[in-house]
Write a protein that binds this ligand. Structure first.
Ligand SMILES: Nc1ncnc2c1ncn2[C@@H]1O[C@H](COP(=O)(O)OP(=O)(O)O)[C@@H](O)[C@H]1O
Ligand SMILES: [Mg+2]
Length: 272
């Protein structure tokens, strides 16, 4: 593997409000530029925490964490902020200002590239509405260009955040459950658009997904999480139905998960 974008070794992450309980434990993960990875696992497994840790939002409690060849938590705040501009996290519920127009929310991705004057002016008159329209149209949302953010459905808000991601210059695209509110056709469109964009800019794409069938159909590498640990990290061809059944054993099967359970064991895989 080439020089990794990320290297995590023995990583532990705790949420402040959760006391001593760790949300992530003993995480080992390497991720190279251009890789496309799906993160799967039951609710509470740690998928969201892993994505926001990769976004440098959680200071690890223990272990090694390196992003872009450096430890972000050894940097001063300003330098860490500059490093964060090289990645983009699209949370499941994007914190977009509710009264803002979609066009302004999407163009906010360009703020780090603009002067203060241009950024302030764009609040009154959007600087490049055509670019915002093109990004929205790729997610079938072109007609919402001048809608207010609080008039969008949950799924539209999330795609609005993904359109914003297209206008960023991020080299790491971190996307948390982008399909939760989408029908099958829009789910396909959304994943295909994200993957094409990641490939075009040779960015790494890490996408948490509840839909196991789509994860396996679209992503060459599958990272499965359970109870804060990595249950397996494998090329999709090595993921068996039995592993998926074991992963989701304690919860209802996820949407469209394979129902068969052949007891196949794959060498090198650890399945909790
Ligand atoms: N802000 C938070 N404060 C305290 N505990 C949290 C917080 N966010 C998540 N957790 C806990 O961390 C664990 C992992 O959660 P999360 O990363 O959201 O899992 P997933 O995305 O797989 O559902 C869970 O036990 C969850 O309850
Ligand atoms: Mg989550």
């Amino acid at each position: 593997m080439q020089q990794p974008l990320y290297e995590l070794r023995g990583l532990t992450v705790r949420h402040v409000a959760a006391g001593r309980a760790a949300a992530l434990e003993q995480i080992d993960l390497r991720l190279a530029a251009g890789e496309q990875v799906a993160v799967i696992g039951p609710s509470g497994a740690g998928k969201t925490t892993l994505l926001s840790t990769l976004a440098c939002n959680h200071r690890p409690a223990a272990g090694v964490f390196s992003a872009f060849g450096t430890d972000p938590w050894a940097l001063d705040n300003r330098t860490r902020h500059q490093l964060r501009a090289r990645l983009f996290l699209a949370p499941q519920t994007p914190p977009l200002p509710p009264r803002q127009r979609v066009v302004t929310a999407v163009l906010a991705a360009r703020l780090p590239q603009w002067s203060l004057w241009r950024a302030a002016a764009s609040l009154f008159k959007p600087a490049d509405p055509e670019a915002a329209f093109r990004a929205l149209a790729r997610f079938n949302l072109g007609d919402k260009l001048y809608s207010r953010v609080d008039r969008l459905s949950g799924g539209e808000r999330q795609r609005c955040a993904l359109a914003r991601m297209l206008l960023s210059e991020a080299q790491v695209l971190l996307v948390d459950e982008p399909l939760s509110a989408l029908d099958p056709a829009l789910s396909q469109l959304t994943l295909t658009t994200l993957q094409q964009e990641a490939a075009r800019r040779q960015a790494a794409l890490v996408c948490s997904l509840h839909q196991v069938d789509l994860a396996l159909a679209h992503f060459p590498r599958i990272v499965a999480m359970k109870q804060g640990r990595i249950a397996f990290d494998l090329p999709r061809a090595q993921v068996t139905d039995a592993m998926i059944a074991e992963l989701y054993r304690d919860e209802m099967p996820p949407a469209n998960a394979p129902q068969t359970e052949p007891p196949a064991i794959v060498a090198g895989a650890t399945c909790l």
